[in-house]
Design a protein around this ligand. Structure first.
Ligand SMILES: Nc1ncnc2c1ncn2[C@@H]1O[C@H](COP(=O)(O)OP(=O)(O)OP(=O)(O)O)[C@@H](O)[C@H]1O
Ligand SMILES: [Mg+2]
Length: 289
């Protein structure tokens, strides 16, 4: 619910899809803010990627946007409305496949949580339309042949395609992805990159994508947001100087490699480690008898 009806009068064409201002959050009992002074504006249809040291608050920020976590102060709006819980206009995909093991692939996609909530209000035409969309998503994700299989019978890449299809089922304006391909092998990841870029073009969804993989972040994003830890904050926002439609060979382009180097150097600087070499020396020193 929108607590401020005046917000509805704003022109939706001019609104950012996601707007974060001065966001601060601290987990109960923690000595330091997990998120501090987060300012961010994401336009409709953008694909923005997030990287940063482990523990810098990437998942927490994503969960705040998804309405799964509360923030302590500051503003967080999606489509001009303050976020105060999850909603079908924001689909989420997590690193670990979170399918219902007792439902087939098709049922996992059709009977997503958001749909269940609204089932009581649905007309048979709406249910029919939902089935049509589920079938279309099954085809889009290349899952037609395994529609009746159980999640346990699928590979990791297939399970994650089901999770993405399920998140897309309610036609969310925003797709929030938290290291969705982190558990996949390199080849499957590449296939998934082309798939998610295709889905993004086709559905014109705004995508917020968290990853540990800087190359993945550059390849998929139009902007890469680098977060820094303790307190969790935005350090630098990098514009990706590549054409909107990415091709795998762009990963070898000088501007791609230069940006990758800049981001990796900055991540090292924000974690307080000058080089990997220094980290290894510290580890071996601490392991010495
Ligand atoms: N539910 C929670 N309660 C208390 N502290 C939490 C909770 N969830 C996360 N934290 C802490 O908040 C910090 C940020 O966690 P978060 O998971 O957002 O980081 P992250 O950037 O996603 O890390 P990673 O890259 O390892 O996934 C960490 O120090 C973590 O221990
Ligand atoms: Mg995380």
């Amino acid at each position: 619910m929108n607590p401020n009806p005046a917000e509805k009068t704003e022109n939706p064409e001019k609104l950012p899809k996601i707007e974060v201002r001065g966001l601060r959050k601290r987990y109960e009992g923690a000595a330091i803010d997990v998120l501090q002074g987060i300012d961010l504006r994401i336009e409709a249809g953008e694909f923005v990627t997030f990287v940063g040291a482990s523990g810098c608050g990437k998942s927490t920020l994503l969960r705040c946007i998804g309405g799964l976590e509360h923030h302590d102060s500051g503003e967080l709006k999606v489509d001009g409305r303050a976020v105060d819980g999850p909603g079908p206009e924001r689909g989420m995909v997590f690193q670990h496949y979170s399918l219902y093991p007792w439902l087939s692939v098709r049922e996992n996609i059709r009977f997503c949580r958001q749909l269940r909530v609204h089932t009581g209000e649905r007309t048979s035409a709406e249910v029919e339309a939902a089935s049509g969309r589920a079938d279309a998503l099954l085809r889009l994700m290349g899952l037609g042949a395994v529609a009746e299989a159980w999640p346990a019978q699928l590979s990791g890449g297939m399970q994650q395609r089901v999770a993405i299809a399920r998140a897309l089922m309610s036609r969310p304006g925003v797709l929030l992805m938290d290291e969705p391909f982190g558990a996949l092998d390199a080849q499957t990841r590449e296939v998934m990159h082309e798939l998610i870029a295709h889905v993004h073009r086709l559905e014109r969804t705004t995508v917020v994508f968290v990853t540990h993989d800087v190359e993945e972040a550059i390849y998929l994003g139009s902007r890469v947001v680098l977060m820094a830890p303790r307190p969790g904050r935005i350090d630098t926002v990098f514009e990706v100087p590549l054409p909107a439609r990415r091709q795998p060979e762009m990963k070898h382009a000088p501007e791609f490699l230069a940006l990758k180097r800049r981001i990796l150097e900055r991540i090292r600087a924000t974690t307080g480690m000058d080089t990997d070499h220094e980290l290894l020396e510290r580890l071996s020193a601490s392991a010495a008898p």
